[in-house]
Design a protein around this ligand. Structure first.
Ligand SMILES: C[S@@+](CC[C@H](N)C(=O)[O-])C[C@H]1O[C@@H](n2cnc3c(N)ncnc32)[C@H](O)[C@@H]1O
Length: 224
């Protein structure tokens, strides 16, 4: 599905979030408190926006490896990396979040932007993140959630269930992708459950930070 929509993915991301997605990614990168020396893994990197944000932050990462299993998303990502002359600092590689092609305790930080919800086996991915992170390495995960604020919640649900799939279908020309966006947000575990899962997988200082009225949660944590 992601291969099929890769060409329109970035435009739709910025359009459907009114450009706020860039701010969410900058917040996630800021939470990693990078110093310019870190090796960062961007999991489910897609077209590489979070990898690029980690490299462009001041101070940012020393090196970023992005992993995704959708080849067409990586093609777009590599084009963007090349256009920004970041190919020496960012490597985007094909791989599965549940079987990472990355050595044990080899990265200082892991970031995921709107990808964990899509992974089939979330506990396996959490275990892999724990394996590849160095002790006390930092984790930042951005994921959509259903806001709890009365009024905003109803408006958001209407947008998510009615407007977003229509706009997504018209622009991406893919029948199911933006319906899937809605159903996958609905189906993903609650913030409390996800916090619990991270703790069960060996993460400490797990904090869910609501962004934009709770429509997005930034989960920050640290490896034990
Ligand atoms: C919604 S996109 C997010 C892309 C990017 N991180 C962003 O911030 O826009 C989700 C990505 O997760 C990838 N993905 C889903 N399951 C995966 C898995 N098990 N292993 C690797 N990538 C996966 C998809 O291919 C897709 O590119």
């Amino acid at each position: 599905m992601f291969d099929a929509i890769a060409g329109r993915y970035d435009f739709l991301n910025h359009f459907l979030s009114a450009g706020i997605d860039r701010r969410w990614r900058r917040r996630a990168v800021a939470s990693l408190a990078l110093t310019g020396r870190e090796r960062v893994l961007d999991l489910c990197t897609g077209t590489g926006d979070l990898a690029i944000a980690a490299m462009r932050a001041r101070p940012g990462a020393a090196r970023v490896v992005g992993v995704d299993f959708a080849a067409a998303m990586l093609v777009i990502g590599n084009r963007k990396v090349g256009a920004r002359r970041l190919q020496r600092a960012i490597a985007l590689i094909r791989g599965d979040a549940t079987r990472l092609p990355v050595a044990d305790a080899s990265v200082d930080a892991v970031a995921i932007g709107f990808g964990i919800r899509n992974v089939d086996d979330v506990p396996a991915a959490c275990g892999e993140i724990h394996r590849v992170l160095k002790p006390h390495g930092r984790l930042a995960i951005l994921e959509f959630a259903i806001p709890r604020t009365p009024g905003f919640r109803q408006a958001y649900l209407w947008y998510l269930r009615h407007l977003l799939p229509r706009i997504g279908r018209a622009i991406s020309r893919h029948d199911g992708a933006y319906r899937y966006l809605q159903t996958s947000i609905d189906a993903f575990v609650s913030p409390d459950e996800f916090v619990k899962l991270l703790r069960q997988n060996g993460f400490m200082e797990v904090r869910p930070v609501p962004l934009t009225f709770g429509s997005v949660i930034l989960y920050t944590a640290c490896r034990s």
